[in-house]
Design a protein. Structure first.
Lengths: 373, 331
């Protein structure tokens, strides 16, 4: 098997706040191959955005990447080693901040942000910003850059690109702005685009158009995508492989069809049950019980156990790391649920949890003492 | 007919939604406001006079040598060289203005104790006041913007160091600070340009605080994150994305600040730390005149009026711009 475009191993990003250390991303591993759209799915607060920003090393204080390794195309974006004094230090082959800025950001990895209303600078024309971006990352100047900018606007389906080039962001609709952002991301022909919930702020018809556009462009340019979203419908639409995140961890990792038809983790299952599906008719959708706990003090054992319908006593003790439960066309299907045979920790023999789920959540997180319910 | 009505419809909708921004819109808003319009008139007159006298005095210095040769101002029968002290016997000192029984039309506002034409001195004084107002404000604006933007963007220790030192400056009474700055910069021989710089520096903290508070909200915007994610250098982010988006409040403050700096520098000149004789400066003229208050009250009234009108003009205009730029206020 060839080396993947991006390999993330055991990435840990933490925020050191006054109330404690928030383990926003706690040891995730995944790969992105060339020309592939990889989904990163989870509820709000699961650490999806932090994970994707970590890939660009754009984590602001008080946040910090504290562990793991990110390799992009043979270059080390982040890596630690043990120094002579036993302390962890940054590896020497890690890209310097300057090279990170100049070579990786924009050129190799581009980002499309969630809110198209806020992702363009309101005081400059759309064309001006696109041109600046092209001049910054490619060897084009002046008129050539402008031509390329107009060409990109046309490429993403903006009508009259010559005229709209001179307009300001507030004169564009949300969908059009998102197209501009996609044009901006594609303008430098990066190998990888991180799309951070790019269609969440759009209405459904526009979302459909944007997804079609991305599909077309992806085919044309062969760009890889990391698609961050909470919408499994979008995932089904465009992703090749999916990583489901819960509380800073990847709980399930599978090719997209496998994930939907051979769902292995109860959390993924719960997510699927909580949304309407054309292939199923139900009277009422099932929301996932409770709230996601704080990442400051995650529950012991399996982090999902306070909300898991299948949780047993062993789940409160044993923390599962994702293990391969199946292999489809050479792609592994990993799952972090003790129910799977791969774990063999006595799930079947373990007694069920008989206490109220809320009480368990409180005891597990150790921070829910003031809960009125 | 149909074309006409179509274009009307187009104009109507365009006027309502499309043209609510841009400098044209701002200017038309300012002109709609009667007081702001008067402010603009006053400012235009003062600007015109100072530009005229500046060209005039510089041209005459450059091309003809100072005093004796032809100048534009001398082409106007009412104006004389404002700095030349007439030899004894040529002109009487302390002449009253023209409407007074002893006044004469050759010196409409009378003469100062040295016999110089007071109207000429008032007119030339506009130049000093305008350059004071503009340059002091610019110094404060530039310094404050840079410090505030850098502090707000980087946050943390950079923010602490910059803003704490700015606040120390802020804690000292401004006039004391300005006098100290002016004396320090001038090395003991005060003059108007040192006063300008001193006042400018003294107002850096105000501008820095305003812009920092704006930057704190602007830096959280997605387009800043997007710029960082596309590999834009920090100083480009600050210059092109942070500052333009946090600039509106300081712009408004700066237009109001022009009047304040004119007043303060006039005060400095009055105290002897600003313009020095024989420069025709309104504050300096007040200083000279206050020894002659009882014998010739007009010597104090004219420069006082000039200062009053100029500052009022700048303030009215500033208020008008503030209202025009504020989307909340709409009549």
């Amino acid at each position: 098997m060839t080396e993947p475009l991006l390999r993330v191993e055991n990435l840990k990003t933490q925020f050191f706040t006054e109330t404690g250390t928030v383990r926003a991303v706690d040891g995730i591993s995944f790969e992105v191959n060339e020309g592939e759209i990889v989904g990163l799915v989870g509820e709000s607060g699961a650490g999806k955005s932090v994970a994707s920003m970590s890939l660009m090393r754009l984590i602001d204080s008080p946040g910090e990447i504290v562990g793991g390794e990110i390799t992009y195309n043979g270059e080390t974006i982040f890596g630690l080693e043990e120094g002579p004094d036993g302390e962890l230090r940054e590896r020497e082959d890690m890209l310097s901040p300057e090279r990170m800025r100049r070579e990786i950001r924009g050129n190799e990895i581009a980002v499309i942000f969630q809110d198209p209303m806020e992702s363009l600078n309101p005081v400059f024309t759309v064309g001006g910003q696109l041109r600046e971006f092209i001049e910054l990352n490619r060897d084009l100047e002046g008129a050539a850059a402008k031509e390329e900018a107009i060409e990109m606007l046309r490429e993403v389906g903006i009508p009259d690109p010559e005229e709209r080039y001179e307009e300001y962001p507030h004169q564009f609709s949300g969908g059009m702005r998102q197209r501009v952002l996609i044009a901006m991301a594609l303008a430098c022909e990066p190998n990888l685009i991180i799309a951070d919930e790019p269609t969440t702020a759009l209405d459904v018809t526009v979302e459909g158009q944007i997804l079609d556009l991305v599909d077309d462009l992806q085919e044309k340019y062969g760009t890889s995508f990391i698609w961050v979203t909470h919408d499994l419908g979008v995932v089904a639409e465009i992703c090749d492989r999916v990583n489901v995140m819960y509380l800073g961890e990847i709980v399930e990792q599978a090719p997209v069809d496998e994930l939907f038809y051979e769902t292995s983790h109860p959390y993924t299952n719960a997510l699927l049950n909580s949304m309407p599906r054309p292939d199923r008719t139900v009277d009422e959708l099932e929301p996932i019980e409770g709230m996601m706990p704080e990442a400051i003090n995650p529950p012991s054992g399996c982090r999902f156990h306070p909300r898991c319908p299948d949780a047993k006593e062993v789940c409160t003790r044993v923390h599962p790391d994702p293990k391969v439960v199946d292999t489809v066309d050479g792609d592994p299907h990993r799952s972090a649920c003790l129910k799977r045979d791969a774990f063999d920790v006595g799930y079947d023999e373990s007694p069920p949890i008989d206490a109220e789920p809320d009480v368990v959540a409180a005891a597990g997180s150790g921070a829910g003492g003031e809960d009125d319910e | 007919m149909s074309i006409e009505s179509q274009s009307e419809v187009g104009d109507g909708s365009g006027g309502g939604t499309e043209n609510q921004y841009g400098w044209r819109y701002t200017i038309s808003k300012v002109l709609e406001d009667t007081t702001a319009r008067w402010g603009l008139y006053v400012v235009c007159v003062v600007l015109f006079i100072s530009a005229y006298t500046a060209i005039d005095s510089n041209l005459s210095v450059i091309t003809f040598g100072r005093v004796s040769d032809f100048t534009f101002a001398e082409a106007l029968p009412l104006l004389e060289d404002p700095e030349r002290i007439p030899p004894p016997g040529e002109t009487d000192g302390n002449q009253p203005p023209v409407f007074h029984a002893d006044g004469s039309i050759t010196h409409p506002l009378g003469t100062d104790p040295d016999g110089r034409d007071y109207l000429s001195r008032i007119v030339y004084g506009a130049q000093v006041s305008v350059s004071v107002g503009i340059f002091s404000t610019l110094i404060g604006l530039l310094g404050g913007t840079i410090i505030g933007a850098v502090a707000g963007y980087y946050g943390g220790i950079v923010d602490d160091i910059l803003m704490r030192s700015v606040e120390i400056v802020y804690a000292i009474p401004p006039l004391v600070l300005i006098i100290v700055f002016t004396v320090l910069i001038s090395g003991g021989s005060p003059d108007i340009q040192f006063a300008i710089v001193g006042v400018g520096i003294a107002f850096i903290p105000v501008f820095a605080r305003i812009i920092r508070s704006e930057v704190l909200s602007v830096r959280e915007m997605d387009y800043i994150e997007a710029a960082r994610a596309s590999g834009v250098k920090d100083y480009n982010i600050i210059l092109r994305h942070i500052i333009p988006n946090s600039f509106a409040p300081v712009m408004v403050y700066a237009t109001l600040q022009i009047g304040v700096t004119i007043l303060i520098v006039a005060g400095l000149s009055f105290l002897g730390y600003g313009a020095q004789p024989p420069t025709p400066d309104w504050g300096e003229m007040l200083r000279v005149s206050h020894g002659h208050m009882l014998s010739n009250i007009w010597l104090s009234i004219w420069p006082g009026l000039a200062i009053l009108i100029t500052i009022m003009g700048f303030n009215l205009l500033g208020d008008g711009i503030q209202d025009a730029l504020d989307p909340q206020i709409d009549d």
